[in-house]
Ligand binder design. Structure first.
Ligand code: PAF
Length: 284
């Protein structure tokens, strides 16, 4: 695997690849890689001539300094996993290399997608994500870029950005990877205490029960039921649970249209914030 720290070196290398009409699969990450990331790498390898992974803990998408400072960094292990997966190229730029001396985000209008859920609770988060992903797309010029559906709102926002800026890249959303007990894989899971790790599968269990209830109950009743389950929980504190239209990400009260719905949840396990989501079967 070739490792680049400099964007100009990487650009030079990739322009030679492109000149041979080869396709580039791209997996952007913030490191602390797990099996979910590797599933994206495998898919990228399967569908493209070369696969590029980036590892960059992007400061502009963190709303809390502590979350940024404590974000797990496991570069040696990440390199080992990527070598095992036979990834072709790793891009690990420094903050200076990406932002020079202006660590700030561009302002985006994602037609309101950015104000829902994560946007409401993490100020400026999607401006930060949009800024870094657009920059990485400019450097890497991928044919297809891969994003996990655990961050479903992020996936929809990236698709919107590609559409609005007419970026020449295809976006592929990939299934959520879960631990055996159902907890969605996340780099943040490594920071959970033993007790919180033990409690965390309750999140997906509750999502599955909520989905089952959609046969008989309306969306607003299911929201109340989920809130009640967490109100009595010893280790997990609910930040939000909503059932929303997959396209607009706006919450719904009743299942009265033919659109696709998905339930979204954010939970605090002590100071660690965990998110997850589940597709609801369309009732029509
Ligand atoms: O999903 C992530 O890990 C990050 O938000 C991303 C897409 C790599 C941008 O920093």
């Amino acid at each position: 695997m070739k490792i680049f720290k400099s964007k100009s070196d990487l650009k030079k290398f990739l322009s030679e690849i492109k000149s041979k009409n080869k396709s580039i699969g791209f997996v952007p990450t913030m490191g602390a890689l797990h099996k979910g990331h590797i599933s994206l790498v495998n898919e990228a390898k399967d569908k493209n001539d070369i696969t590029v992974v980036s590892i960059f803990v992007n400061p502009t998408q963190f709303d809390k300094k502590e979350d940024l400072e404590k974000y797990p960094q496991t570069l040696d292990n990440d390199i080992e996993l990527l070598e095992e997966a036979e990834c072709d190229v790793l891009f690990v730029p420094s903050v200076d290399e990406i932002y020079s001396d202006d660590i700030s985000s561009e302002r985006f209008d994602f037609d309101g997608l950015e104000h829902q859920m994560e946007g409401e609770f993490r100020e400026g988060h999607f401006d930060g994500v949009g800024t870094i992903v657009k920059l990485l797309f400019e450097i890497i010029t991928p044919t297809i870029a891969y994003f996990g559906k655990k961050d479903f709102q992020q996936l929809q926002i990236i698709k919107k950005m590609v559409e609005k800026f007419e970026l020449p890249v295809k976006i592929k959303g990939m299934p959520i990877f879960r631990e055996d007990d159902g907890l969605a894989m996340s780099s943040r899971n490594a920071r959970l205490t033993k007790a919180h790790r033990k409690a965390a599968p309750f999140i997906f269990k509750t999502l599955k029960k909520a989905r089952k209830k959609a046969n008989k109950k309306e969306a607003n009743e299911i929201v109340k039921w989920v809130e009640k389950q967490f109100a009595k929980h010893e280790f997990l504190e609910l930040e939000y649970f909503i059932i929303a239209d997959e396209k607009t990400l706006r919450s719904i009260e009743n299942f009265n249209s033919r659109d696709k719905f998905r339930a979204f949840i954010a939970v605090f396990a002590d100071k660690i914030r965990l998110i997850d989501n589940i597709a609801f079967k369309n009732k029509f």
